[in-house]
Design a protein around this ligand. Sequence first.
Ligand code: GLV
Length: 330
Amino acid sequence: MKVFITRNIPDVGPEKLRGTGWHVDQWASDDVIPRATLLERVAGCDAVLSLLTEKVDAEFLNAAGPNLKVVANLAVGFDNFDVPAMTARQVIGTNTPEVLTDTTADLAFSLLMATARMLPQAQKYVHDGKWTTWGPLLFRGQDIHHATLGLIGMGRIGAAMARRGAGFEMKVVYYDAYRREDLEAQYGYEYRGSVEEVLREADFVSLHTPYMPSTHHLINAERLAMMKSTAILINSARGPIVDPTALYNALHAGTIWAAGLDVTSPEPIPLDDPLLTLDNCLIVPHIASASMHTRDAMSALAADNIINVLRGMAPKTPVNRDAVAARGLA
Ligand code: GLV
């Protein structure tokens, strides 16, 4: 069996794969593999351990050839997969759900707290030597406790964010296409029938939807205008869920108060992007699942998914069960 790993990743996964005795090749770099090199290196592979930076589309599948059985993404999101193209070729796709849920919500809540209390601006102020006295008007932010946390998406990560909000005695309101009456009954979260209702009511809006055609620029100028002028937008999902030009205009004009972004559009954000000129926009480089423990767990899970499929068993976390069934592994 031939396996290709598209980047340096925590050792645990590659070690598991090498422990099988299969031929394991790796792009041993912290930089993204050039597309042409990727297409050469996947040729003849049975499995590829990919990152969200690799588009797994018809071109990739053709380059890999008919031996390819599984592509294991080191991410919960898999918008880099062309799932229908994979399923049509009976190529199983897998992702890394569950293991990163709490770590991702921790970062989303960190962005919420940092933007609400203006931590980046305050740190810069200290570093710039501007701290001369205790100031009654200095860095007055927004309260987190008892504020309303609005969640767009109540999947695993949205629910983990809700638990963090509840811990700060926030009121949690949410919109999701799938209503979670169990969570409402258990924790008192309140369902709203539309994205717009959440936007109008929330002090903090946190996005937890997958990226797909229906969520492209879900947060646009019209919807930003519905938010409170004191509201903060948090995006730890995918950059293109937010229209970046509309966000810049809203932050610049004070239509909303601040934004905390783990993801941008495009990624990485170019240094001349106007969002980088704003004090009230905190941007970090797509690090929500980046804890030592969680990245190890993601690496192990991605490797386990490959090992299962190549040993003729169902993967732990497939994204296209049809392909698993077509291979008789379900
Ligand atoms: C990271 O963005 C992931 O989807 O896991």
